[in-house]
Design a protein around this ligand. Structure first.
Ligand SMILES: Nc1nc2c(ncn2[C@@H]2O[C@H](COP(=O)(O)OP(=O)(O)OP(=O)(O)O)[C@@H](O)[C@H]2O)c(=O)[nH]1
Ligand SMILES: [Mg+2]
Length: 346
């Protein structure tokens, strides 16, 4: 999953980036776009790896991309230079400033930042949609695509985000290849002072987030960046001392999975144990396409063992002997924790 860190200059994006990825990128203003990959921790993957002892173990991962805000502007979250990067992301992590930044004149007002960012995204989408419609008009195009863009224009004109529209209201299969900011999942991270790190979001931030279809969480980026620099054993102790149950990265990953309704399935293929991320409700044939397009095209069937069944019996042979290995067809809805072996023919 590609997650873009976006927000106003000085809100703490680079500090969050360092905290989430364990990098040591220079904080302060601007700088280039940076990327780093983090594994999605999953005890089931560790367990499978211990059982099968594969050459390679691959966790699901998140690519964080730190996108600097519009420099010299305390009012703009989307920089012209960064817009293309923002469009390239699968989820947006909007960093809101909840702490006093001595370099900035304005007192923190995260709810106002959130509203301003949302308005910028609505406008960017509207400009894009209108340009598309203008071109379609010149070419005298008709059909479901035009109707979809007209529907989007109406929604955006009323300042609503596209992400709130259901699949029946917005046929997203017509929109593949387009990147609409208000249809990208939004996770707001309120970056606040250390003593507030574990607190719930303020009511005004929650109230703004709901109609945007976003989710949110609090953290203190500077504190988390310190934690990330520690050895794992010391991290636990430090977290306990600060009254925090777990690092912000873990909370972030959970929130991101929940927001997008993501689940994991696993493959055990000779030398590799691997986790894959899909949306809940994905059928076996589509899930197989994640692994390889040939597997989707030539899908025959899938052998399925839920991870907890494998744990219960201890080995694949024992699962088979007990008749618990399932054979599923192309329309089987893959469940969180399924171990899949895809049989295909191309
Ligand atoms: N007190 C406090 N200061 C923070 C926190 N997070 C970041 N800062 C400070 O805020 C300033 C800006 O942080 P950055 O992470 O560089 O901000 P940014 O969002 O990446 O800024 P741009 O790249 O210009 O868009 C730095 O001086 C940080 O030390 C925090 O949680 N608490
Ligand atoms: Mg930065």
């Amino acid at each position: 999953m590609k997650v873009g860190l976006v927000g106003f200059p000085g809100s703490g994006k680079t500090t969050v980036f360092n905290a989430m990825t364990g990098q040591d990128a220079p904080i302060g203003y601007g700088g280039e776009v940076r990327r780093a990959v983090v594994n999605v921790p999953d005890p089931r993957v560790e367990w499978l790896s211990a059982l099968y002892r594969p050459k390679k173990t691959t966790f699901a991962s998140i690519v964080f991309c730190d996108i600097p805000g519009e420099q010299g502007s305390e009012r703009r979250g989307l920089s012209t230079a960064g817009l293309q990067q923002v469009r390239d992301q699968e989820a947006l992590c909007l960093v809101l400033r909840g702490f006093d930044n001595p370099a900035l004149e304005r007192a923190p007002d995260p709810a106002a930042e959130l509203e301003a960012f949302h308005a910028e995204c609505v406008l960017a989408d509207l400009v894009f949609v209108e340009r598309w419609l203008e071109r379609a008009r010149k070419e005298a195009r008709r059909g479901p695509e035009v109707a979809t863009f007209e529907r989007m224009r109406g929604v955006l004109e009323s300042e609503r985000p596209l992400r709130l529209l259901s699949e029946s209201e917005l046929d997203r299969s017509l929109l593949r290849g387009y990147s609409l900011l208000t249809d990208t999942p939004l996770l707001a991270v309120l970056n606040r002072d250390e003593e507030d790190a574990g607190k719930a979001l303020p009511d005004d931030v929650e109230a703004s987030l709901a109609p945007m279809g976003g989710a949110g969480m609090s953290l203190s980026a500077s504190l988390e960046a310190e934690i990330a620099m520690l050895e794992p054993a010391d991290q636990q102790e430090f977290l306990r001392d600060m009254g925090l149950a777990e690092p912000a990265l873990d909370r972030f990953i959970r929130a991101a999975y929940q927001l997008q309704d993501l689940i994991s399935f696993f493959t055990v293929a000779g030398p590799e144990v691997r986790a894959w991320t899909i949306r809940a409700g994905t059928v076996a044939r589509r899930a197989a396409g994640k692994i390889h397009s040939d597997m989707e095209r030539g899908f025959i069937r899938a052998e399925v063992i839920p991870c907890d069944v494998l744990e219960e019996y201890g080995s694949e042979q024992a699962v088979k002997a007990a008749g618990r290995l399932r054979v599923e067809g192309r329309d089987y809805v893959v469940q969180d924790g399924d171990i899949l072996r895809v049989l295909f023919n191309v």
